[in-house]
Design a binder for this molecule. Sequence first.
Ligand code: BGC
Length: 922
Amino acid sequence: MKSKLTNRTGVLKLLFLLPMIFILSACNNGSNLKIFDLKCQSTMEPIGIGEEQPSFSWKVESDERNDKQSAYQIIVADNQRNIKNGQGNIWDSGKINSAKSHGVTYDGKSLLSNQKYFWKVRVWNNSGESSKYSQEATFITAILKPDNWQAKWIGEGISIDPDNELGYYKEPVEIDANGDSLKYNGNSLLLRKSFSFKKPVRSALVNVCGLGMYELSINGKEVGDKLLNPAKTNYKEVVLYDTYDVTDFFKKGENVMGIILGNGWFNPIPKWWSWRMQWYGEKRAILQMQLTFGDGTTDMFIADESWKMAEGPVQHHCIYDGETYDATKEIPGWDTPGFDDSSWKNVKEIIAPKGKLMAQEMPAIKHTQTLKPISITDPEKGLALVNFGQNFSGWIKIKLNGAKGDTVVIRYAEQQKDGMLDVTSNLRALAKDIYICKGEKDEIYQPRFTYHGFQFVEISGLDYQLAENDIEGIVVHSAVDPVGNFECSNGDINKIHNAVLWSQRANLMGMPTDCPQREERLGWMGDAHIISEEAIYNFDMESFYKKWLRDVKLNQEPSGDIPYIAPRNIPEGPAFSWSIGYHLIVWYNYQYYGDNTILMEHYSSMKKYVDFLSSLATDNILPKDKYGDWLSVADGWDRGLPMLNSTAVYYYATTILVKVARELNNKEDVQKYTALAEAIKKAFNQEYYDSDKKIYGTGSQYENAFPLFLNLVPETEKEAVLKNLVDDIMVKHEEHLTTGMLGTKYMMELLSREGRSDVAWTLATQTTYPSWLDMLDGFNTLSEKWNSHVRTSHNHIMFGSIDSWFYKFLAGIQIDEKQPGFQNIIIKPCIPKDLEWVKASVNTVKGKASVEWHQSAEGYTLKITIPFGSQATVYIPAKNIEEVKEGETSAKEATGVSFSEMEGNYAVFKVGSGEYDFISHL
Ligand code: BGC
């Protein structure tokens, strides 16, 4: 009886509990949590990971507000079966209690070269619920140990490498056909190898590099879609190679591998051997393929002296000048089976470049967009002028019809004048491609070993009218993933934003560059750091900067000085405010991506640079800088001025060093460099502050703004200095700025930080000279000078720094220095009176953070999304807390929202992840 009753109760209980169990198990298997964006070394499904301990990242979505990761577990396997069964035979991290979801370092068995690995991750959230395992992801390793390289470098073998103290010829040298061993062949080179496999291939991973640039094909099919590849480095230090999975390229019987070698930055034409381009030696390639056959056996295929070579149709070619392509010299079928290469010469083994071979773990240069012409005119007989309606970097693709030997000349420029091409801003770069027709119908041509910065092209040599469909603009740059979006109700501001995006893309070519059209296109560090935050808001820059920061580090002189162009190790300097790009970009990278390995990698070099500055300082004051507030329009400005710039930069570098030392828990250095910073501050104020006039230096905008920005100004003097700055802008210069490349960024930020966004907004929307809108009058990319109507580059990115001001202050999406990697996001838009709305988002390492605000007579609305794992400090303009609602409820009581305080005219709230809708009265 008793048991019956118990049984009955048990059944009832069970019936009652069933839905509960179901709900709980739904939570426990984490249907609420979705893991996505799995990356290894900041890349999805990467091929060619060179790190022995790569890092992993992922993002999570949750249905709940205020949700975050409390733990994770990663498993890595070397086969799919294990990973499917949840067995990490290579690494099982176990449950790690940590909120970290970006830059988690691999810590399993030693990884092997050229091996495919599978991984997945699961997470636990705030309340201890676990997710399901994510979808599986893969990564393929490159060559992890230098001695795993068995291949040799091959090429023509016509010259010896230069070996002067710089590792390259600095000045142009004569080519002596008899005496000097140095010979130069500026044409492209074709390398080929025919072979067959004895057994069916299960997997083939090829590791390859060609210097200066290369393209690889197998059986006539191009491998990958990288262009102008590999990225430029100081080839005496580092040479980047790629790994490709080419398993599907092979067939039974004869197979052929082909490489086209171009000059790139490695083997430029002698005309340019100087500070711009250095000659490292003749073209060469290396290739090593790891093979696994169907029966499980393995083999290595390496390029050697049995490869054949011939000159290709790309004749004279150069990054600055363009290329000549002689289609009559094409060798049909040269990279396909069945071709007779008996007349080709054998290649020779060539000495390896001095640089260490490293896997290229950064977004490659690619074709990212195609443009159609907006007009084609015929200014003269036989000339076509094509306008693409947009200034950009890349080249054209053209369909041509001509008789054999007809020469078509394509010239590129940013401007036109009186209906003709105006090449003024190319300066000495010829920017000209020449095509010699082979006489077939509809020949298609696009260059491959050069690039141009242009909006217009002039085509001569055709005896017919070019049709719109005959020509396309091929947009080419480092294919960094876009992560930002910004739009507002003011069309002028959107126009500036759009111009910034185009200028930015044109200046990412395996390194940050100054411009894409003239004979520079170099990694000028000043340009790079001043727009770095803009770049980070708009694109995923993490691995791009990782590569470039390594270029910078390798540039460092024994003295500690950092040359102001990277990659390029020519000890000319110092140029303080360019070189601190190193400190700034390391710090931004850490701030925005939250991975402190970047700090560990660079700390000692950063410190060495500060020590170098100390060695140059007299009583903590540095001598004049090399460039100063470059291209400032302040009265009396000249190269290197203002004087205070160098010492302010010294202070800046030192304070960043202190922050990095603090993050790395290096107490001794924190103390030492804090004391140094204090000493510089004191000396700086003694030297440059005029306490009667309440100005710094001559009182120019930059001279007052930069010390304020850096907190160099004594607390008691701040208000007065700020007032003088604002007066200089609003009164003396009638609502205009006078700052140059550096001052513009810091002044805009400082004004907003000090509650004067109204003044910054006046500058941003100013239409007369000097201003962004005046600069863009007639242009769609940013110029080098405020006065864009003089001889200047029309595609410099340096004044694009305003774009981070749009994100930080108009949209109000800011990082919190104390919680890097967007753990806490500060949402604090400024609300200019005549701006109706702003809509912006940033795909952060935690996920998408977005802001959308509107103002009208009815009030102010702010809609935000905070990603899983982040929290936010939200500033809502309001007279008092009672006025603020979130959704339908009073903000004070809303779920996931907590009121912190009233701060001036803002109600400040803390929120967790999720979507929120705030409403207030202004
Ligand atoms: C470049 C700049 C660079 C500057 C240094 C120029 O020629 O184009 O953008 O920063 O030189 O002065």
